[in-house]
Design a protein around this ligand. Sequence first.
Ligand code: GLA
Length: 392
Amino acid sequence: MQNQEVYDELVSKFEKMYGEKPQVVAYAPGRIEVLGNHTDYNEGYVFSAAIDKGTFFAVSPAADGTCELTAGDFMETAKFTTSTVAPAKEMTWQNYVTGTFNWLFDGNPASAKHGWKGMFLGNIPLGAGLSSSAALEMCTALALCRLYGIEKDKTALAKIGQKAEHTFAGCPCGLLDQASSMYGREGALVKSDFRTNSFETVSMGDGVAFMMVKSNAKHALVDGAYASRRQACEDAAKYFAGVLRKKVTHLRDVTMAEWVLYRGGLSETTAKRAAHPIGEDERVLQGAVLLEKGDLNGFGALMYDSHESSRNWFENSCEELDTIVDAAKAIPEVYGARLSGGGFGGSCCLLVDPSAAAKISAQIAKEYKAKHGDEPQISLIKPSEGAHIVAG
Ligand code: GLA
């Protein structure tokens, strides 16, 4: 479904359900992660982009303190009041919205003047590693800010979404997904520095596009693997802080050369985990220079290196994602490919020559099917505008 169709369907379902037009509608896109994996919570660098698919959140005020929230796709409704907002164990989709509402009011949503009636609908494939949950948080945040007249900047809203993930959804994520959804720009990559939380956009030249290839492998970041990787990075940072004669608070502060010299004091597994974000930071910085020169092959080579690092060091790839990257590597019109986002399933992001898109997808689908028996979902992605208010 195109975005306009999603919007029309949402508004019509909202009117049917609540008997009025929504007062505010906001939109937030999903994201692709292009280079820099698991660097955000290590205060490192990432290249990402907002995509042309997203989620809309429509809302109107309630006369009293009641809140009603409907998932517009399967028309399930959660009911609560401004003073009973809490993480839910059933209909857990509501946690992205209620968590955001909670933190918009600093953990005290009972202080909101009134409740609301809300509904959301989107077109980001779920479980694809395209950050449908961050999109939901960000459109909720924008819509509720407008509804209540709250003024907050984009980074503050991104942090509110991240806090909702940590405390309501149970995923200890970094800030990448929410920031990419907020700061995306048409035709551009977002280059993030998660130490300073600065976000700049870098235009992509013409003649280049991204292709997302969604494996059919399960992708769930709340089941512990993500958290254990994050923990290993934090343990490694503590170790390096003890052995290096400089200030180390995060792996951002450690170079690959230092890792080579001092890794011996870490367990084999922790050393492997640490190598990934350290290498990724260096790749993003190199990638920025190559992009400026228009060197797509050079940038793409770094994407392949990034995947290798995921495969061997961070071990957040899986057979299905490896099949996609290996197939991509054999196609000259693919500049680079790697897994995108948390990993353990989900999607790969390919940098491609769009004029060869049909050939590339046919080739990858063929090899994937031969190995795994089914076909991956493949789509061309246009870097797109970030989150914004659509109506009201
Ligand atoms: C997920 C998390 C992000 C980031 C990526 C990996 O998408 O939500 O914060 O850590 O994984 O780079």
